[in-house]
Design a binder for this molecule. Structure first.
Ligand code: ATP
Ligand code: MG
Length: 306
């Protein structure tokens, strides 16, 4: 197991101006070893621009990017040794096999041999097609090969720009399982931009929302669902309201023949049990989670491309 610093990636006050236009307006975030960090934002928000700076494809106008303690500006080569990435489409040669593509790339990095290549090929589920020409691959197979390219040299930081585009449900499942395993077992830090909000919710430990070049939210995924609006359909509404107030200190409202209140989900089972034990006829109980989607749309608006 390689030594890894706890903060694998640090972004400090990074800005990017292109042709006089301010694209990234001062962003900060960190990713720890083993953490899967989701980067969400509408089209044109600045996700790819940020990811391109992190993998060294473009330079920040101001600010600092540090990977495993190496500043990109001062120590580019050491910083880049710790990164694997797929930005836009993976760079693949069509007229040779997937294996040959991986072998050529392996020759450029130290200490990557046949066994490392094949281990990664099996990890991404491409062992049956790896000796076929890339020109015969589907989009999803190319994505899987791109992932193999990014992982072969065992990076500490994996940067993926919309990696699930073009994957079928099996591919998405394979991808999610693989990323979770790499983060947990090998403590890889993962930065992943995506439009698939539900996937981010299933995959990531933390999520940052970027809009118009600024990070407007950065939080652990579990904080998204701390409480939920519950509605109880019962016969004796006023009595039920008084019961919830006296027994649980919950101020429920009576709306459309139901009792409604925001409660901690951990307490819901005991509240329901108490209502039934007290003789209330509980017809239905339902909850409305605040989903990441509604949070995302609320924060970024249903906006036009600027
Ligand atoms: N080379 C460039 N020249 C001029 N403008 C650019 C350039 N690269 C990016 N931009 C602008 O920067 C903004 C952010 O683009 P970016 O590609 O980072 O967005 P994104 O969040 O990745 O969007 P998407 O979800 O569509 O991939 C956009 O307004 C885009 O037009
Ligand atoms: Mg993009």
């Amino acid at each position: 197991m390689k030594f890894v610093e706890n903060d694998v990636l640090q972004i400090e006050n990074v800005t990017k101006t292109i042709k006089g236009k301010s694209i990234i307006k001062g962003i900060d975030f960190k990713i720890k070893a083993g953490e899967i960090f989701g980067f969400l934002g509408p089209n044109g928000a600045g996700k790819s621009t940020t990811l391109r700076m992190i993998v060294g494809l473009s330079k920040p106008t101001t600010g600092r990017i540090t990977i495993c303690g190496h500043s990109i500006r001062n120590n580019y080569i050491s910083a880049m040794q710790h990164v694997g990435c797929i930005i836009e489409n993976p760079d693949l040669y069509d007229y040779i096999s997937g294996y040959k593509n991986l072998e050529m790339l392996a020759a450029m990095s130290k200490g990557v041999h046949h066994d490392d290549i094949m281990e990664t090929v099996v990890n991404v589920g491409m062992e049956n097609r790896i000796y076929d020409k890339v020109s015969t691959y589907s989009l999803g197979m190319k994505q899987r090969l791109g992932l193999a390219q990014a992982l072969m040299h065992h990076p500490e930081l994996l940067v993926l720009d919309e990696p699930m585009n073009g994957l079928d449900p099996q591919g998405i499942y394979m991808f999610r399982t693989l990323i979770k395993r790499l983060a947990e077992k090998e403590q890889i830090a993962v930065l992943i931009s995506s439009h698939l909000i539900s996937e981010v919710q299933l995959l990531c430990d933390r999520v940052a929302i970027i809009n118009d070049g600024l990070i407007i939210k950065d939080m652990p995924i579990h904080e998204l669902i701390p409480s939920s609006e519950i509605s109880w359909e019962i016969v004796e509404l006023e009595k039920g309201q008084a019961f919830l107030a006296s027994r649980f200190n919950i101020a429920a409202l009576i709306v459309d023949g139901r009792l409604k209140a925001v409660v901690d989900l951990k307490e819901l089972a005991s509240i329901n049990a108490a209502l039934i034990a007290a003789g209330f006829e509980l017809k239905t109980v339902s909850s409305a989670h605040q989903s990441l989607e509604s949070l995302f749309l609320g924060l970024t608006g249903h906006q036009k491309i600027m």
